[in-house]
Design a protein around this ligand. Structure first.
Ligand SMILES: *Cc1c(COP(=O)(O)O)cnc(C)c1O
Length: 458
């Protein structure tokens, strides 16, 4: 059998899969921070086009993908599923490991899957400009690309420390026509407020979100665009899992035992896992593992609570596992996993016991990345390496138990812009961070007075 399982263009999924149609526990609504009442479509209309707001609250099982979006996705989809035979040999496992290769998109990650859909719906709603934030630069690149395709202007607030450390991601965004400023910036009230306190602020994702939301809320021509966390973002990513399911069938697999992904906000994990969650709800025995950094342990150590999506407390209150909106994670190299919260959908599935979360230190994660690069040849993003570590652990565990399992993980992106991180690891300069319980307790004080989700006692 081939090591690479491709699908013809004709098998590109025609609809997104909405897990809210099947999830055992209905989602809790986002709340208006002023009134404490559920936010309605009208509250969100200044930020998002109505099509996306309706997707955000939909409980339809299938939502058709517009032809215009399919036309763009076809530039790189369906993506290949690989059997990781060389990795299996290198680690000496009897299990079969597969990975879905999302690194083949033009921006190098899964993120264009939703960027394209979001840009399309904004353009169709007559908006001409998008505002967003980016941490490590992967989301900004994806949205810049998608904006270019649909003729929209794109303004990216890029966390200052990444802006300084990752100039090539900035240049990539500018190549696709976006304008990029370091955040905190003097362009918004939120940015100016931080700069007044600290002119040298390194910025954070929470601050950059505040800036982009303020920008979009203040202009009729502009939508805000978020690259993860929200229901509609996970929805758009489900092309990944639908394709992977079909490819495993073509590989002759009659079932899958373990599904693994890394979690920052939860979108690439959800994209691969949700179609398998559907099978699990229907009775299949599948272990579904969400891997996160020990330095930002949202799912493993954060309570399920209402919290703001941003530091500036501008967004609705979202029900999710969170470390508190002013938690600033240590400067680990997996920048895309340094977010204080996690998708409400993923958070609820963890609460319901359908998904298990695990946290790894970055040295172990980079060891897994090197093992993968030296066996399968692809250099993974540091974020992705968390999933690789999870998959290798699952294989070792099966070997110890004397079983043979089918394991699939999401290769969410390549690491070509992360050579600084690899350099640090290869030359002994990469550190692990202990996160003291006291720091988590401190950060959680910020959400003590917020409303609590119904029926939750953590
Ligand atoms: C952004 C990113 C992530 C983390 O975001 P999710 O929404 O959790 O998927 C993971 N891997 C890569 C390559 C990314 O670019």
């Amino acid at each position: 059998m081939d090591a690479k399982i491709t699908l013809p263009e004709s098998e590109l999924p025609r609809s997104w899969y909405n897990v809210l149609a099947d999830a055992p526990t209905p989602p809790q609504p986002p709340l208006h921070p002023g009134t404490g009442q559920p936010v309605g479509p009208d509250d969100l209309a200044p930020l998002f086009p109505m099509d996306l707001i309706l997707q955000e609250v939909s409980t339809d099982s299938e939502i058709a993908i517009p032809e215009e979006v399919l036309d763009v996705l076809r530039l790189w989809r369906p993506t290949p599923l690989h059997r990781a035979r060389r990795l299996e040999q290198a680690i000496g496992t009897r299990s079969r490991i597969y990975y879905k290769n999302e690194s083949v998109s033009p921006a190098g990650s899964h993120k264009p899957n939703t960027a394209v859909a979001q840009a399309y719906y904004s353009a169709r709603a007559g908006r001409t400009r998008l505002a967003t934030e980016t941490g490590a630069g992967q989301w900004g690149s994806a949205l810049a690309l998608a904006s270019q395709v649909f003729g929209l202007e794109c303004k990216v607030y890029m966390v200052r420390v990444s802006y300084d450390q990752k100039p090539y991601r900035r240049v990539m965004m500018e190549t696709w026509g976006a304008s990029v400023v370091p955040s905190p910036s003097p362009d918004t009230n939120a940015g100016r407020a931080v700069l007044e306190q600290d002119a040298e602020s390194p910025g954070s994702l929470g601050i950059a979100i505040s800036e982009a939301v303020e920008d979009a809320a203040g202009r009729d021509d502009t939508s805000y665009s978020l690259g993860s966390v929200l229901n509609h973002v996970l929805l758009h990513q489900t092309v990944i899992g639908q394709e992977a399911r079909r490819q495993l069938e073509l590989a002759g697999e009659t079932g899958v035992d373990v599904v693994v992904g890394c979690v920052g906000g939860g979108s690439n994990f959800g994209g691969l896992a949700l179609p398998f969650v559907r099978d699990k709800i229907a009775g299949a025995e599948i272990e579904i593992v969400a891997c996160e950094p020990a330095a930002c342990p949202t799912l493993t150590r954060g309570p399920y609570a209402y919290d703001f999506g941003d530091t500036g407390r501008l967004t609705p209150l979202v029900p999710m596992h969170t470390l508190g909106h002013d938690f600033v994670p240590p400067g680990i190299h997996a920048g895309g996993l340094r977010y204080h919260g996690a998708a409400p959908i993923v958070s609820q599935l963890v609460l319901d016991g359908l998904v298990r979360a695990e946290a790894f230190g970055q040295k172990d994660v980079f060891a897994a990345a090197i093992e993968f690069a030296r066996s399968e040849a692809i250099i993974p993003a540091p974020e992705t390496a968390h999933a690789i570590k999870g998959a290798i652990d699952a294989a070792r565990c099966a070997d110890e138990a004397g079983t043979e399992q089918v394991i699939v993980f999401n290769l969410s992106g390549h690491g070509h812009f992360d050579m600084g991180a690899y350099d640090a690891y290869l030359h002994g300069r990469l550190e692990d961070f202990e996160l003291p319980e006291a720091e988590i307790e401190r950060a959680l004080k910020a959400i003590e007075d917020l409303p609590k989700p119904a029926g939750v006692s953590v």
